[in-house]
Design a protein around this ligand. Structure first.
Ligand code: AMP
Ligand code: GLY
Length: 426
């Protein structure tokens, strides 16, 4: 079968790496791909949101499975357009993708499904929203409804801050239409964890837990990024909790969506806050996380093409999915300055050397391959990922690999996994 992978980040390199190991995959295409997928797939220069061009390419090249990496193509209706041509897509239809594309929709589906989530109200009127934030307990959280590149959430410690966030989103429209509707919700306290599951519309097969590091600086300081590192499993959510968690936060959503005539096919990702009163869902994503995907796929012992095809066709079963008992940890190497402005075009060296170590894989995120040379094109450049018998060993192996890789102005956090190690020791 020919497979078309859509996207261009570190997650997509990891997906390409795993897909290319499958005996089911003949030719692998990546649109648009990056310098990592270039070595495993045929990169095709089509933007990941050019639905028409992606569908036309899939038809012309007898593609038997399309795998959507990021959310934007799904929100734009890629899965629906492929379905019209009879091409299976790993990734949900546009209706289900609103779980990520609209925070108000996600909250309403959570409430209808009985999933634990912070108390909230949805506003389309600035005046009504202003009045509401004057009467709610602090801190409170103000969220732009639509996709805002991870910047649409403000945890406000004061009413002035909350009102300013409303003003920015609904008045000044700093996120455009994404902020015309806002969600105001209670602030939850705890440690965050990510819980993902493969879904085929009926069957839910959980993945091991993982934890992202969103802040750019060590000790979770500084502005938020797409993610500076991740590891799996997360000690805050041990494997013994998988089934309970799948029943609590994934299965009810899958049931609600199926009852609405939209079976969810792909990865459903619950961003959790582990509070003293139990887990609460902060958000859903309708895809693998980036960089969470990298450590998860390092631990996946099964054929991912088989899992994805089964999920896309409603034939998923738990025995298709097996995991390594090891821990995996990914350190993101970024261009200095990210998530603000950063330089591009730096030459990267040492990846082959790093990859030689057992259980190490360097995934390319923002870099292109030209004439055999890899040079940086993005803020997040590499995801250096390693396995270990436990979190401390995975961390040591990953940082050893990081030290073998270099490019000018490279920046990375030195404390990926530290929180988990502290928790394990407690
Ligand atoms: P979201 O895009 O909804 O996941 O929000 C981004 C980040 O904002 C989360 O990863 C949390 O760190 C924080 N956040 C969102 N909602 C809440 C909440 N209700 N209470 C506390 N922190 C939150
Ligand atoms: N790493 C967070 C995300 O992919 O949404």
């Amino acid at each position: 079968m020919n497979v078309l992978l859509v996207g261009s980040g570190g997650r997509e390199h990891a997906l390409a790496w795993k897909l290319s190991q499958s005996p089911l995959v003949d030719t692998l295409f990546a649109a648009p791909g990056n310098g990592g997928t270039a070595l495993l797939a045929e990169n095709v220069s089509i933007s990941d949101t050019d639905t028409d061009a992606l569908v036309a390419f899939a038809v012309k090249n007898a593609v038997g499975l399309v795998v959507a990496g990021p959310e934007a193509p799904l929100v734009a209706g890629l899965s629906d357009a492929l379905a019209e041509k009879g091409i299976p897509c790993f990734g949900p239809d546009a209706f289900c993708a609103r779980l990520e594309g609209s925070k108000a929709f996600a909250k309403d589906i959570m409430r209808a499904s009985g999933v634990p989530t912070a108390d909230y109200r949805v506003f389309t009127d600035l005046e009504a929203a202003r009045e509401h934030v004057m009467n709610r307990p602090l801190p409170m959280v103000v969220k732009a409804d639509g996709l805002a590149a991870g910047k649409g959430v403000v945890v406000a410690k004061t009413r002035v801050e909350a009102a300013a966030a409303l003003e920015d989103m609904m008045g000044a429209r700093i996120f455009g239409a994404a902020g015309d509707t806002v969600v105001v919700e209670d602030c939850l306290i705890g440690e965050e964890a990510s819980f993902l599951a493969f879904c085929d519309g009926k069957t839910v097969v959980p993945m091991p837990s993982c934890q992202d590091h969103k802040a750019v600086g060590e000790g979770d300081t500084g502005p938020n990024t797409g993610g500076m590192g991740a590891y799996s499993p997360a000690p805050v959510l041990p494997d013994s909790e998988w089934d309970r968690m799948a029943k609590l936060v994934i299965a009810p959503i899958a049931r609600t969506l199926a009852a609405k005539g939209h079976p969810f096919k792909g990865v459903l990702y619950a961003g959790l806050m582990m509070t003293k009163d139990g887990p609460f869902v902060l958000e859903y994503n309708v895809r693998f996380g980036d960089p969470e995907c990298q450590p998860l796929l390092m631990r996946l012992d099964s054929d991912i093409a088989r899992i994805m095809l089964a999920a896309a066709s409603g034939e998923l079963s738990p025995e298709m999915v097996a995991w390594s008992p090891k821990t995996a940890l990914c350190v993101v190497m970024a261009a200095g300055g990210y998530p603000g402005t950063y330089p591009k075009g730096m030459t990267i060296s040492g990846i082959e050397e790093a990859d030689k170590a057992d259980g190490v894989k360097v995934f390319v995120a923002g870099a292109k391959l030209e004439g055999g040379t890899l040079s940086t094109t993005g803020g997040r450049v590499l995801g250096v990922t390693a396995l270990g018998d436990d979190l401390a060993q995975a961390q040591a192996n990953a940082y050893k690999a990081v030290s073998a890789v270099s490019f000018d102005k490279a920046y990375f956090r030195r404390d990926i996994g530290a929180k988990g190690i502290t928790r394990t020791r407690q």
